[in-house]
Design a protein around this ligand. Structure first.
Ligand code: ADP
Ligand code: MG
Length: 273
C-alpha cells in the first residue's frame, strides 16, 4: 500500500475528468473494504457512477439545445381521451426504432388533440438514447432559413437541420408560408430524406390541403409528400381538443359551445375520462 498511489487515484480521476468517480471514491472504497468486494467489483461500481453521470450530462446538453418548448412524456398522455389513437403504434414509436430506420412520423388532426405532446414525448425518447434532436415550428424554421440565406450561411444552417438524429417540425400548415419559405422547407425535407434521417411533422392540414401549405404550389407539395410518406407512419387523430376539456373542467366554458378550432366536431359534449 502506498499513500502516493492512493493520492494518485484521487488526483488521476480528476485529471481525466472523472469528477463523479472522484467524489464517490472514498465512500466506495470504504464499502469495498466493509463488504469484501473484489477489485474488479469495486472498479465496476466506480465506473458505473461515472458513466451514469456522464450520460445524464449528455442528455441535459441535448435537451438544452433541442428547442423543445416543454417536456411531456407518453406516460402523461391520456389515451382514453383520444380513442382514435392506436396506443400500440405510439408505444412502438416510443421504442425509437423509427429513428434508426430513418422513418418519418406525421401527426395530423385538429388543434388540441395532442400532436405536439406526442411529438415531444418521442423527442424525449431520442434525447434519452443520447441522440440529438431539434424541434422547430414550421414558421420558425422558415424564418431562420431565410435569415441564414440572407447572411449567406445557408449551407451551415442546412447542416444544422440535417445533422440531428430527429427533426421535429411542428405546426406545418397553421400559418401560410410564402413561396421562398415553402421552398426552403421543401429543401429540408429533401435533404433529410436523402440522408434517411427521421422527421416528425405535426399538422392540422389534410394531405389534400398541402398545396396551401406550400404557398399554392401543388407540384412542390406533392414532391414533399412523396418524400415524407415514402417511409412514414401517419397518425391521424380525430377527436376533441384536450385544452377545451381542461377549460370546461375549470368552468371557463359552458357545457355546449361551438368549438372554434375543430373542423370535425361542432359542439363540446360532456365526456367522461
Ligand atoms: P396539438 O399540438 O394537437 O394542438 P397539444 O399537444 O399542444 O395539441 O395539446 C394541448 C395540451 O393538452 C398540452 O398541454 C398537452 O399536453 C395536453 N394534451 C393533449 N391531449 C392530451 C391527452 N390525451 N392526455 C393528456 N394531455 C393531453
Ligand atoms: Mg401543437
Amino acid at each position: 500500500m502506498s499513500a502516493l498511489h492512493e493520492q494518485l487515484a484521487a488526483e488521476g480521476l480528476l485529471q481525466i475528468g472523472a469528477t463523479t468517480a472522484h467524489a464517490q471514491l472514498d465512500s466506495l472504497a470504504q464499502q469495498a473494504a466493509a463488504h469484501h468486494w473484489s477489485y474488479s467489483h469495486f472498479l465496476g461500481r466506480l465506473l458505473e457512477a461515472e458513466i451514469a453521470a456522464r450520460r445524464q450530462r449528455v442528455i441535459e446538453t441535448i435537451l438544452h439545445f433541442s428547442g423543445l418548448p416543454w417536456q411531456k412524456r407518453l406516460s402523461d398522455f391520456d389515451f382514453s381521451f383520444q380513442p382514435s389513437i392506436d396506443r400500440t403504434l405510439i408505444e412502438e414509436l416510443a421504442t425509437g426504432r423509427f429513428m434508426d430506420e430513418g422513418r418519418n412520423v406525421i401527426f395530423q388532426g385538429p388543434p388540441g388533440v395532442g400532436k405536439t405532446h406526442l411529438a415531444i414525448s418521442l423527442g424525449l425518447t431520442c434525447a434519452e438514447r443520447g441522440q440529438r434532436l431539434l424541434f422547430l415550428s414550421a414558421m420558425e424554421l422558415a424564418r431562420r432559413m431565410k435569415t441564414a440565406f440572407a447572411a449567406n450561411r445557408m449551407a451551415h444552417y442546412m447542416r444544422m437541420l440535417t445533422a440531428p438524429k430527429l427533426l421535429i417540425v411542428d405546426e406545418v400548415g397553421y400559418l401560410g408560408l410564402d413561396h421562398d419559405q415553402a421552398s426552403l422547407l421543401f429543401q429540408v425535407i429533401c435533404q433529410r430524406y436523402e440522408k434517411q434521417a427521421a422527421t416528425i411533422i405535426t399538422s392540422n392540414k389534410a394531405f389534400s390541403d398541402w398545396g396551401h401549405v406550400f404557398a399554392g404550389d401543388s407540384v412542390m407539395a406533392s414532391a414533399a409528400l412523396d418524400r415524407l410518406l415514402h417511409r412514414a407512419t401517419v397518425v391521424n387523430i380525430k377527436g376533441d381538443s384536450y385544452r377545451m376539456k381542461e377549460k370546461r373542467l375549470t368552468g371557463l366554458f359552458p357545457g355546449s359551445v361551438a368549438l372554434p378550432d375543430s373542423p370535425t366536431k361542432g359542439t363540446l359534449r360532456p365526456k367522461t375520462k
